[in-house]
Design a protein around this ligand. Structure first.
Ligand SMILES: [Zn+2]
Length: 478
């Protein structure tokens, strides 16, 4: 983008600056100066050029924009629909029965909504794990939506309606990828497909296309009942487990797979809210830490879950610590010191994601880096003080409503708690049209049934304390 889009220099004044530089410097009463889309200086009482716009960051936290490495943005068109789903119900709905009913305009609508949703929550870079691209028209719609929103996006091209060896062989798909790859510092592409573990390794052809086009591959790995150790072994043995490979979830895997991922320099995108409720396996950070595997964070899909990384940080700390306590208790031990710290999940949510994407120019607040900046500040909130522990404040206290200002490459995309330049009414019209289309195509009964899965018949345990029919006068229900 040209510097004319960026406007006057901006300085955040007097905030707690969480830089996420190598030393993890935290600067109380700090300033961040942004000039020409880049961070020009970080320090206290900075001198700034004439005409610099000042943003009062006092009582707030200034931190790098967050990075989400796996989000099925098209599914945001069905926000909350699958709140009570299991992974099986998700697969049946999208993969087997209804995913093919999404038209290009439906993918566009979901992506538009999801892209603004990300920015609003301080997520300045998002990998769109876009596995609903049945045709190149769908892909154009997905990409156009992302390019219309002033964030950074990576379209990870996927298509669950065909084998990856089929759709990657399509010359039109390849032409699209070549045309859109490295389009700008705000838009890039990858490939997104899963490896089933079939000994014939049919996915090999898709990996070869990725290699030919110079594109990284993101893959759902270690997903209970879907992908397992065989997929990792096949990738590794065939030379396709590379440092830029992102393994999503990596929850149900043996030590052998974790060793292979670690040795090949790959990383794992952890979607803790997802793993906790869908059934991929236990959220794996407690394992990944042991094997030294780099971690980034993601929200997966808003058909179930929230779409902000505050929730991701919070649930990841909870799951990791919960696991450590359970393992200790099983041995009669007590965990007296937590290994996973708030500081670590803040790193995973910022520079962790940047590193996974090979973006050394984002993920921290340092001179020369892209000015992707988030100000967390909410003077009206009793949760905003005292500000004693900035990492604890970000990971356990803050939420998307506290995101006051967001910059992407120096452009203000959220200001005073409101998105800038968005026509939400128009996005809502597009989403409404998609919901109407799906609802009428499926029929009301199927639509309602899909949102309300049957409850299994569970037998109640025979409670040994219910050994008498005696009921006191006060017992209700008599
Ligand atoms: Zn996913």
């Amino acid at each position: 983008m040209s510097t004319s889009d960026v406007g006057a220099p901006i300085v955040f004044r007097g905030g707690t600056v969480v830089t996420m530089d190598d030393a993890h410097t935290v600067l109380p009463g700090g300033d961040v100066l942004v000039v020409d889309g880049l961070i020009a200086a970080v320090g206290q009482s900075l001198d700034v050029p004439e005409g610099t716009r000042e943003i009062d960051a006092s009582d707030g936290i200034v931190m790098p924009g967050m990075v989400d490495t796996h989000r099925h943005m098209w599914q945001t068109a069905m926000r909350g629909y699958g709140a009570d789903w299991t992974l099986t119900q998700y697969f049946v709905w999208y993969y087997l029965e209804h995913g093919s009913k999404f038209r290009p305009e439906d993918v566009r609508a979901g992506n538009l909504l999801s892209a603004w949703d990300a920015l609003e929550a301080g997520v300045t870079t998002t990998v769109d794990w876009s596995h609903g691209l049945q045709t190149v028209e769908h892909a154009e719609a997905a990409a156009d939506a992302l390019e219309a929103v002033p964030g950074r996006f990576v379209l990870a091209y996927g298509n669950i309606q065909a084998g990856p060896w089929e759709w990657t062989a399509d010359p039109d798909v390849q032409a699209f990828l070549e045309r859109r790859a490295r389009a700008s510092d705000r838009f890039d592409v990858q490939l997104a497909f899963d490896v089933t573990g079939d000994p014939a390794f049919p996915e090999k052809a898709a990996f070869e296309v990725a290699r030919e086009l110079g594109l990284p591959v993101s893959t759902h790995a270690g997903v209970w009942g879907a992908t397992n150790d065989d997929g990792i072994r096949l990738m590794h043995e065939n030379g396709f487990a590379t440092p830029e490979t992102v393994y999503v979830h990596a929850a149900t895997l043996s030590p052998d797979s974790y060793y292979r991922i670690a040795a090949s320099g790959g990383s794992v995108s952890v979607s803790t809210e997802s793993e906790q409720s869908a059934g991929q396996g236990y959220p794996p950070t407690w394992q990944l830490r042991k094997y030294g595997i780099p971690v980034s964070m993601s929200m997966d899909t808003s058909v179930w879950w929230s779409s902000d990384l505050f929730s991701a940080m919070r649930s990841t700390l909870g799951a990791d610590r919960s696991r450590e306590h359970m393992e200790a208790h099983a041995k009669g031990d007590t965990v007296t010191h937590h290994r996973l710290r708030a500081e670590q999940v803040v790193e995973w949510a910022t520079r962790g994601g940047a590193e996974v994407l090979g973006r050394s120019d984002i993920g921290s607040l340092e001179p020369g880096k892209q000015a992707d900046v988030v100000l967390i500040k909410n003077d009206a909130s009793p949760v905003s003080f005292p500000m004693l522990n900035p990492y604890g404040q970000i990971a356990f206290q803050a939420q998307r409503g506290d995101v006051h200002t967001v910059l992407v490459g120096g452009t203000v995309v959220k200001e005073d708690h409101r998105l800038v330049g968005v026509d939400l009414a128009d996005v809502r019209r597009q989403i409404d049209a998609t919901v109407d289309h799906l609802r009428s195509t499926l029929g009301e009964e199927v639509w309602v049934q899909g949102m309300n899965p049957d409850l299994p018949d569970d037998e109640l345990f025979d409670n040994p304390y219910q050994y008498t029919d005696y009921a006191a006068d006060t017992t209700p229900g008599e």
